[in-house]
Ligand binder design. Structure first.
Ligand SMILES: Cc1cc2nc3c(=O)[nH]c(=O)nc-3n(C[C@H](O)[C@H](O)[C@H](O)COP(=O)(O)OP(=O)(O)OC[C@H]3O[C@@H](n4cnc5c(N)ncnc54)[C@H](O)[C@@H]3O)c2cc1C
Length: 395
């Protein structure tokens, strides 16, 4: 039996950030994951999974001393965004220079994010790590939470934070239901090198079958997230590289010329859900364990990191006032704040997906007209851009 203040189950991007943030406040933390984090990889090639990080997420990583390590490894700023609709002439273009900012955000490989965090976790004496270790039993009551790992180790804490991803064992074991549905879309992801430079721009074309994104990486490479019907995704995965490159070029209207190189491909079925409760006795859920959205606006991990910011602020209050970190008041506040912030984004992304993944003529006209009008209204456009840039940064 080992005793801690806080147990964090799931040491991915959100869990590792949460463990680090809580430990920096002085709480003793147990950090558990079914797998050891990946800290090494071959010099050649990129991670197939990347995240578009907002300024707020960057700032959180900076505060935790993890951003520098990520930047030293490899990060790619994107300074512009260009979005257009396959079903018409509608488009919108955002440029960070128009609001006097150097960039809109950064594209960072997931393994670079995880490593940057884990380098800091390893330096933190009050975090004890447990991996590879699957929890097999969980108990909670008014006094505390207990997690038993498969090797028989039992961890106790005053608060258990479930950050074990979309198929969260913690959420399921606590019998917390979710509200959501499968999108009937699958994201095909890969890394490609188009002949023309991506101009540090995040490109997204909305096709009736789903959005196709080209996200800028270093040395002219692009990370591709191509959301499409599951049958088409299967075809795209099975195709020879050359044929895939031609299909991709055509779906992207060859905006960056021919595709000269294609990396390994993988597919992720897409779904949408929000947990009915973010909290339970001595338990808080954060990140994908609490909500999963369509990757079309690249917000998933950013929302998870916003959960961490809120919980960290509440834990700071609890510490300075010598209050219980797993007490009901703290948990209720966390749920109230996160639900009211996350829900509008979850609903907006879902509506966006419905509006764009559609070839009905009236909807096509509406969205093309909407995109073009917004594109011409510079003050409105710049306001949207500022919202994107400063959301959650306190500016
Ligand atoms: C194609 C695609 C593109 C995306 N692009 C973006 C983007 O550009 N920007 C963005 O913000 N988001 C993006 N997302 C979403 C983003 O990837 C997720 O929101 C993010 O990975 C969630 O992080 P997490 O730490 O909550 O969960 P995860 O990354 O799933 O981490 C969960 C951790 O828990 C561990 N774990 C799982 N089960 C157990 C268990 N039983 N016991 C112990 N440990 C366990 C896992 O090993 C893992 O380390 C994208 C998603 C997809 C599918």
């Amino acid at each position: 039996m080992k005793t801690f203040d806080i147990i964090v189950a799931g040491a991915g991007m959100v869990g590792a950030t949460q463990a680090l943030a809580a430990a920096r406040q002085g709480w003793s933390v147990a950090l558990v994951d079914a797998r050891a984090p990946q800290l090494e990889w071959p010099a050649e090639g990129y991670d197939i999974r990347v995240s578009a990080l907002t300024r707020a997420s960057q700032r959180l990583f900076q505060e935790l001393g993890a951003w520098e390590a990520m930047a030293a490894e490899r990060i790619s700023p994107y300074r512009e965004m260009f979005v257009w609709d396959a079903g018409g002439r509608g488009h919108i273009h955002f440029d960070s220079a128009e609001v006097g900012e150097p960039d809109i955000g950064h594209i960072v490989e997931n393994r670079v994010i995880v490593k940057g965090l884990h380098v800091q976790v390893a330096k933190q004496a009050n975090i004890e790590t447990f991996w590879p270790a699957r929890p097999v039993a969980m108990q909670r009551d008014a006094n505390g939470a207990e997690l038993t790992l498969e090797d028989g180790t039992t961890l106790t804490g005053r608060l258990l934070i479930g950050t074990d991803g979309g198929r969260s064992w913690v959420r399921e074991t606590a019998s917390i239901p979710i509200t959501g549905w499968d999108y009937d879309q699958t994201a095909v992801v890969t890394v490609v090198r188009p002949r023309q430079f991506h101009r540090e721009t995040a490109w997204q074309r909305f096709l009736p079958t789903g959005p196709l994104a080209f996200l800028p990486l270093t040395e002219g490479y692009c990370s591709i997230v191509w959301s499409t019907a599951p049958e088409q995704a299967e075809r795209l995965l099975g195709m020879a590289e050359d044929r895939f490159a031609r299909e991709l070029e055509s779906a992207f209207e060859s905006r960056l010329g021919p595709i000269d190189e294609v990396g390994p491909r993988a597919a992720f079925p897409l779904r949408f859900f929000e947990t009915r409760r973010y909290v339970d006795t001595r338990l808080a859920l954060a990140g994908d364990a609490a909500h999963t959205i369509h990757p079309l606006a690249g917000q998933g991990v950013n929302l998870g990191l916003a959960d961490v910011r809120t919980l960290t602020r509440l834990l700071h209050d609890a510490r300075t006032r010598r209050r219980d970190p797993g007490g009901e008041t703290l948990l209720r506040r966390y749920q109230r704040e996160r639900r009211s912030e996350n829900r509008p984004m979850l609903v907006a992304m879902d509506t966006f997906k419905e509006l764009f993944s559609n070839d009905q003529p009236v909807l096509a006209w509406l969205r093309n007209t909407g995109l073009n009008i917004t594109d011409r209204l510079t003050p409105v456009k710049n306001r949207i851009l500022r919202e994107v840039l400063y959301a959650g940064t306190g500016n």
